[in-house]
Design a protein around this ligand. Structure first.
Ligand code: PAN
Ligand code: ZN
Length: 232
């Protein structure tokens, strides 16, 4: 590994812009085909102008072991049918790598799942620092009416595996019901074929940040409406 010079970037908390950045990823709805339940609503929105769902600004750090990659993600508010705008979601290619998300603006949820059917959903509000342990796929969802912005940092050799989520989907969806976000089972989810599904553990709790204590990484409880949620 070559010796690098120390450096700093400047992050605007309100917009999520981080400068200087090396790479900007832009995802529109047409990049998410197959990921939303309501295909007719999705195709209609694409026809009407293909909305921008989210952007990622990544600082230029080598993608190699020992480095830390950091970036901001900005997920815009909106829905496809009754499903909120969300990221594609992925496992890290090197699944033994973790990640941290620090929530800056807006509100949303961090959905996580393992190959053997464990599921977690963490509420993200400004100030929430979420830990994504190794081996957990992760997706973020904007459930508010303003951009949901968070800062992320992960090992340089993590890599991104989108294919598994593209094939199997996420076990849970975050949808609007009576003006509120609720977590429901994904009827089109395909669990990992070779591993037994831990059905009793596949339903997460949705704790508010204030009520969440240390939990040893296990958030499994019965499904329920997202509690303590405030619109906006
Ligand atoms: C994040 C995500 C970012 C966009 O930086 O890459 O929020 O989500 P997708 O990559 O799923 O489109 C991260 O988790 N990096 O590892
Ligand atoms: Zn990641």
């Amino acid at each position: 590994m070559r010796l690098m010079q120390p450096f700093a970037a400047q992050l605007q908390f309100h917009s999520g812009l981080i400068e200087p950045y090396g790479e900007k990823t832009v995802r529109r709805l047409s990049d998410m085909r197959g990921m939303y339940q309501d295909i007719a609503a999705m195709e209609e929105l694409i026809k009407q102008g293909d909305p921008l769902l989210y952007e990622v600004y990544e600082v230029d750090v080598p993608h190699e072991e020992g480095q830390l990659i950091y970036c901001t993600s900005i997920i815009y508010p909106g829905k496809v049918g009754d499903e909120y705008y969300m990221t594609k979601g992925h496992f890290h290619s090197k699944e033994s790598t973790a990640e941290m998300y620090f929530s800056l603006q807006g509100r949303g949820y961090l959905l996580m799942q393992t190959h053997d059917g464990q599921v977690s959903a963490l509420e993200m509000v400004p100030g929430t620092v979420a830990y994504i342990p190794p081996f957990w796929a992760h997706r973020t969802v904007n459930t508010g009416d303003e951009p949901f912005i968070f800062f992320g940092v992960y090992p340089g050799d993590a890599g991104h595996n989108y294919g598994t989520i593209e094939e199997r989907g996420f076990a849970k969806l975050v949808v609007e019901r009576n003006g509120k976000p609720v977590l429901v089972d994904n009827p089109r989810y395909h669990p990992h074929p070779t591993l037994p599904r831990k059905q009793e553990r596949a339903t997460p709790t949705l704790p508010s940040p204030a009520s969440r204590g240390g939990n040893g990484g296990n958030n499994a409880q019965s499904p329920r409406e997202i509690s303590g949620y405030r619109e906006g």
